[in-house]
Ligand binder design. Structure first.
Ligand SMILES: Cc1ncc(COP(=O)(O)O)c(C=O)c1O
Ligand SMILES: [Zn+2]
Length: 411
């Protein structure tokens, strides 16, 4: 891309809007709010059309004008365009008319929506000249940064809480990254990484490259609209950790409306958290303007962020569109993982269980009407979080290698 569609970075805090250069800056030095990429939408309108998008390869870069690079993308050509499924069996179970699942649990290369944000962040890291990248992660980001950095020929430093699921640790170390397991929770890991950045000229995807990284989540929303036949759904349900994904999916819907790619449909988005780590949903439910940081205590390690970076923006968004947030207990989350598997054949991780368990409550309470289109965003893969299911689901029948042994059980 020789034409530049990203103008600069601007502060995303309500009523601040200060502007910054397109560098590895991540926080407004006036109000400490998160920074966000700002685009020249007039230019995008002139250059981008539905026909153009449709003619491109089926990956997240088909929307590249709406992603914050100044040059062509260099990382992640097989990321995105994940399955969009009409979930008839689950719809019946939940008593709703029109239900879809956006399944990012099978994203490439690391089986979560994080592959999208990392593709943008590493492309930007290369553009800015970083040779070393890294992240503070609750697991899925670790998997994706280490995988994509390996493929992109970048050195990586990955910081995780030491108590993560085994699959998430092995699924990071396999790529040859420098993996540092910290005896602390994610918020402590993140704080340490911010300090480390003071001494090293590295590109940490979710810290000093966060303004670019977070934009990658918009492609979930673009794809939902495209895969629905260029229609916006009425309701989208998504789980929250930092709250970034939620705000960016909503932004993507608004962008497509403003570009005239889709008719406005009054789309509402809802955020769900695990009860053991629910600073954002608690604030929304209590009508608070801000959240109280918490110490996470839940099986959902991928969403265990007690001090969410985009929490205030998520609260502002949900209240400004008169939407709502929910939370779910660990048992409800496991029940929802099993329900999704048994009805739609999709094995999601604990975070996907949060989304479905919350959606169920929002439907039962009537906040989401049962006769309107609903999309559940399933963000991660169940093969990575098997521990909480041990002794919670049925065990195999154990038999001897003889007919009578089989017949004893099934005849
Ligand atoms: C599987 C999964 N889903 C959702 C999220 C939430 O993302 P966000 O921090 O953008 O709210 C995460 C965050 O790590 C995740 O790993
Ligand atoms: Zn600001």
């Amino acid at each position: 891309m020789s034409v530049r569609y990203t103008i600069n970075l601007s502060c995303a805090s309500k009523d601040c809007n200060r502007e910054f250069e397109k560098k590895d800056l991540y926080v407004c030095d006036y109000c400490f709010g998160p920074l966000e990429a700002k685009y020249d939408y007039e230019k995008i309108k002139d250059d981008l059309s539905i026909d153009k998008i449709v003619s491109r390869e089926k990956n997240m870069w088909r929307y590249k004008e709406l992603l914050p690079l100044d040059g062509p993308p260099t990382v992640g050509f097989d990321v995105g365009y994940t399955p969009f499924i009409k979930a008839k069996n689950l719809a019946k179970e939940l008593g709703v008319k029109e239900l879809y699942i956006k399944n990012d649990g099978v994203n490439h290369p690391s089986l979560s929506f994080k592959d999208r944000v990392v593709s943008v962040a590493l492309s930007k890291a290369k553009e800015l000249g970083f040779k070393t990248v890294g992240c503070a992660s609750t697991g899925n980001l670790a998997n994706s940064v280490s995988a994509q950095a390996a493929a992109a020929g970048l050195e990586s430093f990955i910081f995780i809480p030491s108590n993560l699921e085994e699959s998430k640790i092995i699924g990071t170390s396999i790529y040859g990254s420098n993996v540092i397991a910290v005896n602390g929770n994610y918020d402590e890991v993140n704080r340490l990484c911010t300090e480390i950045l003071g001494n090293h000229n590295w590109g940490f995807v979710n810290i000093n490259l966060r303004a670019y990284y977070s934009e990658g989540s918009k492609t979930v929303g673009y794809e939902i609209i495209e895969q629905l036949g260029w229609k916006a759904p009425k309701h989208i349900v998504v789980c929250m950790a930092s709250g970034s994904l939620l705000t960016k999916i909503y932004k993507s819907v608004k962008e497509f409306e403003n570009l005239g790619f889709v008719e406005a449909n009054g789309t509402k988005i809802y955020g769900v958290q695990a009860e053991g780590c629910s600073p954002i949903s608690t604030a929304v439910k209590n009508n608070w303007e801000t959240f109280k940081p918490v110490k996470p205590n839940t099986i959902v390690k991928s969403l265990a962020i007690g001090n969410p970076a985009d929490g205030i923006n998520a609260i502002n968004l949900l209240t400004s569109i008169d939407s709502y947030a929910e939370d779910a207990t660990d048992d409800e989350i496991i029940e929802a993982m099993v329900l999704l598997a048994e009805t739609e054949g999709i094995f999601t991780e604990t975070a996907g269980g949060v989304t479905l368990a919350g959606a169920k409550k929002l439907i039962e309470s009537g906040r989401i009407p049962n006769d309107e289109s609903i999309v559940l965003v399933i963000t991660g893969n169940g093969l990575k979080t098997q521990e909480p299911l041990v002794n919670k689901i049925s065990k195999p029948f154990i038999i001897e290698p003889r007919m009578e042994s089989f017949n004893k059980i099934f005849n």
